[in-house]
Design a protein around this ligand. Structure first.
Ligand SMILES: C[S@@+](CC[C@H](N)C(=O)[O-])C[C@H]1O[C@@H](n2cnc3c(N)ncnc32)[C@H](O)[C@@H]1O
Length: 412
């Protein structure tokens, strides 16, 4: 325990306070500053031991996953209107997430939660929390989506919300001929494990026999298939799809504009013993010397399809971010199409549930569609009438679901 972080202003040491403080910083970074949970986690949890980092992340994640329902509970227990972004509301969200989702006993929730409100309305927070505990309130089975999100996702919203209720399982992509820990396999080279152990401690990690990759995220590179020619992975880091392409025999050029993420890709390739030419460049300016047999554009996007793992997207993505991404995706698609040899294949993918980033981009591409076939997909998924693939977290629910992706393929 980091005692300095746990020492409140009174000088008394409250066990478990440090991760709750970090969770509150995470809530603030996402809800007030629009940062991603992933990016905010580094600064917000710095100096904490691994298990406290995980607790801070789980508390903030669950508070965001269930935020509409937690807010309804809070509002039912006080006549005072707590502003959306006020600290007492965030503290209460975390207290309730700790009790209702992480099963922390109420007395322990109170001991740490109220410390977060030093100099603030502790009596109010205590009153609200105690009243809810006394009533024995529970959460619904399926999280309620924020209004704007429910509107965007329309008729699919309910099924997606059902897929959102619990954090997703852990999917691995396994190198051909290598073993992975035993689990459910939904496609060749795929293994699904329940979440639990640290990834690094699982057998085969250190030997580079597999890497973590959601089942849906593994489909774009599968749609390019095996090959011995040259493939360009346009927005490649941290390298999940680059590793698949390299393992499938391609001579891979992997480009990304983020030097930091390229370093992560370099480490991933080193661990798995796979190779690719790595290029740090902006794809909007990049000019390759030669054309490619295949191009994979896994474009930057709002990532709303990863809402199970990143429930922050439910609260920080709106029409402005979607429009910005759509503009970038259109420009990237136009450039990617120009880097193909005649006969070459282009696959476009985004982990977004927004039509503007998927279907509405695909119709603008001037190449010949190469429709995705059902037999190329895991059982239970089917291409759309246009030959595209649209997945969402409500699909394959019995098997543990999958991320939301839009994927399309063309030939030049
Ligand atoms: C969805 S992620 C890629 C995930 C990766 N394909 C994988 O499977 O591991 C999108 C990537 O696009 C990169 N990116 C964003 N804008 C870019 C640009 N203009 N040029 C090149 N890369 C860009 C980001 O740095 C990020 O790594």
């Amino acid at each position: 325990m980091n005692q300095r972080n746990n020492r409140p202003e009174t000088g008394e040491i409250v066990p478990g306070l440090a991760p709750r403080r970090a969770a509150l910083r995470l809530m603030d970074a996402v809800l007030r500053r629009g940062e991603t949970l992933d990016n905010a986690a580094h600064a917000a949890t710095q100096g904490l031991p691994q298990n406290d980092k995980a607790l801070a992340r789980a508390l903030a994640g669950e508070a965001m996953r269930w935020m509409v329902d937690l807010d309804a509970l809070i509002d039912s227990a006080t006549q005072q209107i707590l502003p959306e972004d006020a600290k007492p509301r965030s503290v209460l969200r975390l207290m309730l997430a700790g009790w209702l989702r992480l099963e922390t006993p109420p007395h322990a929730v109170v001991a740490t939660g109220l410390e977060l409100l030093q100099g603030g309305p502790r009596r109010l927070a205590h009153g609200v929390f105690s009243a809810l505990v006394k009533q024995g309130v529970t959460l619904p089975e399926i999280p309620t989506l924020p209004e704007a999100v429910a509107e965007r996702w329309g008729e699919h919203g309910e099924a997606i919300a059902a897929g959102l209720a619990v954090p997703p399982p852990l999917d691995l992509s396994v190198k051909a001929g290598k073993d992975a820990p035993e689990g459910l396999s939904l496609m060749p080279g795929h293994v699904r494990l329940s979440r639990g152990d640290a990834v690094e401690s699982l057998p085969g990690f250190a030997d580079g026999d597999w890497w973590v990759q959601d089942l849906a995220a593994s489909i774009p590179a599968r749609l390019i298939g095996a090959g011995t020619g040259r493939v360009l992975d346009v927005c490649a880091a941290p390298g999940g799809k680059t590793m698949q392409l390299a393992a499938a025999g391609w001579d891979v050029t992997a480009l990304d504009s983020s030097p930091k993420r390229i370093e992560r890709m370099r480490a991933n390739l080193a661990r798995t013993g796979l190779s690719a030419d790595l290029i740090a460049a902006d794809a909007l300016k990049y000019e390759p010397e030669d054309l490619f047999d295949a191009v994979l554009l896994d474009a930057p996007c709002t990532a709303t399809g990863t809402c199970r793992r990143h429930p922050d997207v439910l609260h920080r993505i709106g029409s402005r971010q979607i429009a910005e991404m759509a503009e970038l995706q259109e420009a990237l698609l136009a450039r990617a199409a120009g880097w193909l040899k005649p006969g070459g294949v282009l696959v476009y993918a985004v982990c977004s549930l927004e039509r503007e980033e998927g279907e509405e981009q695909a119709v603008k591409v001037g190449l010949t569609p190469d429709p995705i076939r059902a037999e190329e997909l895991p059982a239970g998924l089917a291409p759309t009438q246009q030959g595209w693939l649209r997945t969402d977290p409500g699909m394959l629910g019995e098997a543990g679901g999958l991320d939301g992706f839009f994927i399309a393929r063309w030939r030049k």
